[in-house]
Design a protein around this ligand. Sequence first.
Ligand code: COA
Length: 367
Amino acid sequence: MNEFKPGLEGVVAFETQIAEPDREGGALRYRGVDIEELVGRFRYEQVWGLLVDESFEPGMPDPEPYEPKHLSGDAPSDLQAETAHLSSEWGLRKLVDIDAQEARDDLARLSAQMMAIVARSARVADGHDDPISEDVVAEGETAAEKFLLRWRGETDAKHAQAIDTYWICTAEHGLNASTFTARIVASTGADCGAAMSAAVGALSGPLHGGAPARILPMLDAVARTGDPEGYVRDLLARHERIMGFGHRIYRAEDPRARLLRAAAKELGAARFEVAEELERVALAALREYKPDRPLETNVEFWSAVVLDVAGIPHELTPAMFACARVAGWSAHILEEKRTGRLIRPSARYVGPSTRPASSVGGALVPS
Ligand code: COA
């Protein structure tokens, strides 16, 4: 029971009813519903409803009028700071002092506003300080269309579909670093803004969010040389990893990769052919390289190609991931509130044994 597991790998810390990555079957289910059934049939805001309320309706609302305090154009830090600020701006009450319905309503307001903050931050990054009027934004029908309108002042059916598909596929995936963070903060009874902004901080690290940024340069390198075999062979000979392949959980194909590949094809993604060719060559090489370890295509590979359809710049990918994850975080914060148990693991002390203060460097020891 007291065995130390670096990185907590394999440690079961919670029971959850929210999402079920099916390790062997290569499927991902939200509240029991396979994501294959969701993409193309439901919009992201309805999937938010499925994850948070276990009902597609009413789903995630539109954001209410709000003027962010300070946007730098760096979307993850803008999102983290502005979300924390909403706690005081809206007077959000502590989770311990409100009931589940009130917490759910706070999370709905926050989720919607967080998407608007990312869109506004992306607009600042593009050099525009002027917000798009709410009348123009209201012309959009879906959360993805409104996001694009709030960012660029215009929308496009393919761009919106690409974003909607990406958001649905990445809306929730169990207990990763940001979701764990959200649950830890929620377990202290803090308000929902504190839990959501802490999750954004965890997701801003390159090991968790935004890895698609590394895929496009790889595709461009292969397109330039026209030699995917040589590219993959050289990488593996140097014992480097092929980005977009392998997964901690899935031993079969990552189901999100499958769906995003189909979306990239349907949307006529500019890099579809080169990505498909590289995938074919990489999978064959990886099977030879590690015959005993299934290394299949993961979500990052085809996310990069799909987000590229909507012209999402590399720097914005972690914040796009955060937009998708507001659903999963909200669902987990509510689930954590129901357990009502403070998360407090232990650490095994391996520091110096008992010693006098005078043995510590720099100590001013009275003579
Ligand atoms: N390319 C080449 N070799 C890979 C590989 C890849 N994409 N993924 C794993 N391997 C190899 C490792 O080098 C290791 O070999 P070794 O035993 O000789 O050292 C072996 O497979 C096991 O690797 P490990 O890191 O323990 O596997 P994991 O299942 O815990 O790792 C990832 C999962 C995602 C971290 C890993 O597959 C990876 O780094 N992939 C590339 C980066 C990526 O796509 N990240 C986005 C993830 S969604």
